[in-house]
Design a protein around this ligand. Structure first.
Ligand SMILES: Nc1ncnc2c1ncn2[C@@H]1O[C@H](COP(=O)(O)OP(=O)(O)OP(=O)(O)O)[C@@H](O)[C@H]1O
Ligand code: SF4
Ligand SMILES: [Mg+2]
Length: 423
């Protein structure tokens, strides 16, 4: 009976507890003018390769290119939505920005300072300013800690709050995130998915972050709870001046929450720009295909869905040239050999596609193609010569061994003859 009551308490209505915001917002530490003028986050050609195979001597010899050249800028108080098919490297990119993975190459700038080369101890001081909300609210909470401990543990460790004000501070954060005060002593298993995600958000906010990377924060929740969490994130962003990187599969959610959008394919950013440009003036064929799958809530509008052919290629061995060429309906000769440059095609609108090359670029690429073709021919010629040499060598070997064989053949009838005579 008690369990039933607890379950009823955790059901949907409890999720809609009265929300914030008459409480004071946690304020970030004081900043210099230089820090204030710089974008909060800038990522330059970020790469993260995972080693998937090693030689007998333990030297890495095969890599999975999970993030392979991602660049963008994010101003404070804004939201960057990241979209792309499953496995395109969204989570890895988020984790690499927070240095939860070592960087293979590229730069990360936070408030005008390069943080990608900082020593772990130095970077740890920055950690409270950069937080992540994970996709699965069930797996990301320790079952042994109470809600109060989960939210407050790191805040206490980083000295954001002292022991004397600990409870008061945590209750304030919980209130902001729509969590009732009596949840403080309860354990994660006693909560619904929506409530757990609120606890995850409260845990991140308790550290007074400036940047929050939200990795599909609502994809494990049902639609009604999704809306509550999204709206809460938007309210918190306004009141706390938060900056979000919002990773999601759901394009309508991204459209609702983002100021700018980045589209990833096989580890690379293929298109990036302000939301209106990306949704209303889409450039990249992959983005067009992705957006064509969004249902239109109007029975009179005919959906013009672009079906992508084939599977997403392996990031261990991505296609040469444009990584999307194996599935692109606009694929040209150049796309098979030369990777398109990620460049600003229109003001603030970046795209990596040969369809938007200037005549000068085409001339440059034509020369590169001719050079590639020449090299290919040379290699083919070399291969042909090598195989000819090998065949000649084999033929010579055969000839050399031939007299012995003839000799053996010549000898064997003699032996037979002798045998006959003896008989
Ligand atoms: N620790 C790891 N070691 C090796 N490969 C990994 C590791 N983590 C991720 N990968 C690989 O990197 C690629 C990108 O994975 P990632 O989880 O970043 O994709 P994603 O875009 O977040 O996908 P989803 O939308 O399904 O969450 C995948 O091919 C994945 O298998
Ligand atoms: S570069 Fe070529 S293959 Fe790649 S998206 Fe553009 S048109 Fe398609
Ligand atoms: Mg992911």
């Amino acid at each position: 009976m008690q369990a039933e009551n607890a379950e009823q308490q955790n059901a949907l209505p409890n999720d809609v507890v009265e929300e914030k915001t008459d409480v004071a917002a946690p304020t970030p530490a004081e900043e210099t003018a230089e820090e204030l003028n710089a974008p909060l986050l800038e990522v330059k050609n970020l790469k993260k390769y995972f080693v998937v195979d090693k030689t007998l001597l333990g030297k890495p010899c095969a890599f999975l290119k999970a993030v392979d050249g991602v660049s963008f800028k994010l101003e404070r108080g804004k939201t960057l939505g990241i979209v792309g098919e499953s496995g395109c490297g969204k989570t890895t990119m988020g984790r690499t920005i927070l240095r939860l993975y070592d960087i293979t190459d590229g730069e990360i700038w936070f408030k005008g300072r390069e943080v990608s080369r900082l020593k772990p101890r130095e970077f740890n001081k920055l950690r409270p300013h950069m937080q992540m909300i994970f996709q699965d609210p069930y797996a990301s909470l320790s079952p042994r800690l109470t809600v109060g401990e989960i939210i407050g543990e790191a805040a206490l460790e980083h000295g954001i709050v002292d022991k004397a004000h600990y409870r008061e501070y945590i209750l304030q954060i919980m209130k902001m995130c729509g969590l009732q005060p009596h949840y403080f002593e309860r354990y994660p298993h006693e909560f619904s998915g929506g409530q757990r995600q609120r606890i995850c958000i409260a845990r991140a906010l308790a550290l007074k972050p400036e940047l929050v990377i939200c990795d599909e924060p609502v994809s494990a929740l049902d639609v009604s709870i999704q809306a509550q969490i999204i709206n809460m994130l938007k309210d918190l962003q306004k009141s706390l001046q938060l900056t979000y990187v919002f990773i999601s599969h759901d394009l309508s959610v991204v459209k609702h929450i983002s100021d700018s959008v980045g589209v990833m394919y096989l580890g690379s950013m293929v298109e990036y720009g302000v939301k209106s440009d990306i949704f209303e003036h889409t450039l990249h064929p992959y983005t067009k295909a992705l957006f064509s799958a969004v249902p239109v809530p109007n029975p009179h509008v005919k959906m013009n869905r672009i079906i992508l052919k084939g599977d997403i290629p392996s990031p261990v061995n991505p296609p040469a040239g444009c990584k999307f060429h194996t599935r692109c309906e606009y694929c040209m000769d150049i796309c098979e050999d030369i990777p398109p440059e990620y460049r600003e095609v229109e003001e603030g609108h970046y795209c990596a596609c040969h369809l938007y090359n200037s005549p000068e670029d085409n001339l440059k690429y034509k020369e590169q193609m001719e050079e590639l073709l020449r090299k290919k021919r040379e290699e083919d010629q070399k291969k042909l010569e090598k195989s000819l040499k090998y065949r000649l060598f084999k033929a010579d070997k055969k000839k050399e061994s031939a007299p012995d064989e003839n000799k053996a053949e010549a000898e064997s009838p003699k032996e037979e003859k002798n045998g006959e005579e003896e008989a």
